[in-house]
Design a binder for this molecule. Structure first.
Ligand code: COA
Length: 391
């Protein structure tokens, strides 16, 4: 290797975690970290959370760029519900997965398997990719609820065309039409998690899409990435932590001892937001309302106290995952399914981003700084002795 090449490599600056690197152009969502705002297609998330009729309206917005008219929304809802059924072969596959396997792992394998049975499997034209994308958006909630029923040895339920997506998810989980507050809570979860700029799982989906891999492959990559505890897997760990705190008097000691040991408090901190994650505001409110009504009133109080302690000690705010845990707990979702519910929503953002990537593609292929040795000489195996380093 020439000295020039070595010098060039050594001068390369590495941006750890790609912080601040602009890797794509998109008009789908904007995360304003400085002011603590989030916009979907230009609409502030607070207005969306307060005024949308349901999550499917947000899906329409993300995929089409504008809010639907009443007629368009009705047609789109019908389309989504009509695509919610999943092939029986995939259900059978979920049935034979070990009961100890994590729901996110089963979901990842099942979404990958959906591609084998998709009528558009071999067609990766823009029209077919869009059809497949809408189908996956509709099918993931069914897969998640069906897996729950399999784990509980209960009959799998088909979606009810008369219910909206949030109601249908809870109906397919619990076997009864949910009360209004629970349906509203699920709807808020879905619409608040739908998209979030170039987060890790969306980036993974775009990287896969940039190779012209099909949309099932791109979504499978996104699901694998979402599972990690520094991303979507945080909500499950929040509940794990809350369960270890028996009452409000234990909070201070528990959290301070975590921080003293250099541990991360799950559901806190964010790469982009300097202030509070705007989604946390809505989930905090929902969590308070739900916990007040449930037998687990203490969970909200404990969570709120944790928030104050972490803010004072580290200046860090809760992110979307923190109150998502108590909201999901209150509506009867078991903690190992929390990240899968996140996925049942984020799929709409992933699909919008994958279609966006296909539309304006350039292979995503960054480079790395080489930190190894230069110009070593290859020694044939028969001439190598012991474990001694060859040069
Ligand atoms: N608890 C305690 N300290 C935290 C923290 C948390 N949840 N999140 C960040 N910090 C601290 C780090 O220890 C570090 O402190 P130091 O400089 O004294 O070492 C500082 O804040 C910066 O952390 P860093 O890891 O560089 O920030 P990041 O931008 O790479 O990380 C997250 C962002 C989200 C990965 C990080 O905040 C985290 O791990 N949060 C917990 C997991 C979570 O909730 N993920 C869901 C995100 S939506």
């Amino acid at each position: 290797m020439t000295e020039k090449a070595i010098n060039q490599n050594q001068e390369t600056e590495v941006i750890r975690g790609l912080e601040g690197v602009v890797a794509a152009e998109t008009d789908i969502s904007f995360v304003d970290g400085v002011h603590g705002d989030l916009y979907y297609k230009g609409y502030n998330i607070h207005e969306i959370a307060d005024h949308t009729t349901s999550y499917v309206e947000v899906v329409y917005l993300l995929l089409n760029g504008d809010l639907p008219t009443r007629q368009e929304l009705k047609k789109f809802r019908r389309k989504i519900v009509s695509e919610m059924r999943v092939p029986t072969q995939v259900i059978k596959m979920m049935e034979i997965m070990p009961p100890s396997s994590h729901p996110m792992d089963v979901l990842r394998a099942s979404v990958s398997a959906l591609s084998f049975f998709d009528t558009d499997a071999k067609d990766n034209s823009p029209e077919a990719s869009r059809r497949k994308g809408i189908r996956i958006i509709a099918q993931i909630p069914t897969l998640v609820a069906s897996l729950y029923r399999i784990r509980k040895h209960k009959m799998i339920l088909s979606p009810d065309p008369g219910l909206n997506m949030a109601e249908n998810i809870l109906y397919m989980f619990h076997g009864e039409v949910p009360e209004d507050l629970h349906a509203r809570a699920m709807d808020q979860l879905l619409l608040l998690h739908a998209d979030h700029g170039l987060n890790a799982s969306t980036f993974a989906a775009r990287v896969a899409a940039s190779t012209h891999a099909d949309i099932h492959a791109a979504v499978t990559a996104a699901l694998a990435t979402l599972k990690g505890p520094l991303h979507g897997g945080a909500n499950e760990r929040v509940m794990k932590m809350l369960r270890k705190i028996n009452n409000i008097d234990e909070v201070e000691e528990y959290i301070n001892s975590m921080l003293a040991q250099g541990q991360r408090v799950m559901g806190f901190g964010h790469r982009v937001y300097i202030k509070e994650d705007p989604r946390a505001r809505h989930l905090r409110k929902m969590s308070e309302e739900l916990c007040r009504q449930s037998e687990n009133k203490n969970l909200y109080k404990i969570s709120h106290k944790i928030e104050g302690i972490v803010l004072e000690a580290k200046g860090i705010y809760p992110n979307v995952d923190f109150y998502s845990a108590t909201v999901q707990n209150a509506i009867g979702i078991p903690s190992d399914f929390y990240t899968a519910i996140f996925a049942a929503s984020r799929i709409s953002g992933w699909v919008a981003h994958v279609l966006d990537q296909y539309d304006n593609n350039r292979l995503i292929r960054p480079t790395s700084k080489y930190t190894g040795e230069y110009n070593r000489h290859f020694v044939p195996v028969k001439e190598r002795s012991g474990n001694k380093k060859q040069s």
